[in-house]
Design a protein around this ligand. Structure first.
Ligand code: C5P
Length: 216
């Protein structure tokens, strides 16, 4: 039997991760955060002090990776890693590698109910045949405020204006890049995550509950 795939796409700071965790728990899906894979490579680049624009050395680095871990780690969320991840995510060779890794992970892990996968191109490129596609939308100022609070809570220094500028820049990069730009995937349901999480849950329960015919 094919595993059920739920794709969740959306811009930086839209709350995809929290929503994916919620869906994963509620319907017993395994959760794969594809951004972690980009961040893991970014972290390697940072540690090895490579230039994130140096494609030749990045290819070398990738070719030596057999399997990327999709385990989360709070260090992967640091701004310096976010910045590198956003640069390397434009690189086609690297995207193809990450996409293959995602398919490998989904194939390898035996979870009978399937996967919820979040990212920027899951429903549009990596898992075009996902059973349910969600696209998360949140006003940019709300996203910046939430991110600012998250960084402060993590003990990082954060200036709201800088965070807003960074998010704007990341949105622009994500939406205008040549390779797999962030788009609303065909057939995706748009979820507004600007209000309370309770309201988001209600929107999701309606969509997923109906689509995959699971009682809740
Ligand atoms: O979602 P997150 O912020 O963790 O993603 C880290 C970086 O990886 C982002 O800059 C984004 O551009 C990139 N990314 C991507 N495609 C994905 C997931 C993340 O380009 N499917």
């Amino acid at each position: 039997m094919n595993k059920i795939i739920i794709s969740i796409d959306g811009p930086a700071g839209s709350g995809k991760d929290r929503i994916a965790r919620y869906v994963s728990k509620k319907w017993s899906f395994k959760h794969l955060d594809s951004g972690i894979l980009y961040r893991r490579i970014a972290n390697l680049i940072y540690k090895k002090k490579l230039d994130p624009f140096d494609k030749k050395n990045i290819i070398k680095l990738i070719n030596n990776i057999k399997e990327l871990s999709y385990r989360k780690h709070k260090n992967l969320r640091l701004e310096k890693i976010s910045r590198i991840a956003s640069i390397i995510a434009e690189f086609k060779y690297l995207r193809d590698f990450v996409n293959k890794q995602q398919k490998k992970i989904v194939k390898r892990i035996n979870k009978k109910n399937g996967f919820v996968i979040d990212g920027r191109d899951i429903g549009s490129v990596v898992f075009k045949n996902a059973n349910v596609k969600l696209y998360i939308d949140v006003d940019i100022h709300i996203r910046a405020k939430r991110r600012h609070k998250q960084l402060i809570d993590m003990g990082e220094k954060s200036i709201y204006r800088k965070i807003l500028k960074d998010i704007k820049l990341r949105d622009k990069k994500d939406k205008t890049r040549i390779n797999s730009p962030l788009v609303i995937p065909k057939g995706a349901f748009i979820i507004d995550n600007s209000s309370t999480f309770h309201s988001t849950q209600n929107q999701i329960i309606k969509i997923i509950g109906k689509k995959i015919n699971v009682k809740y």
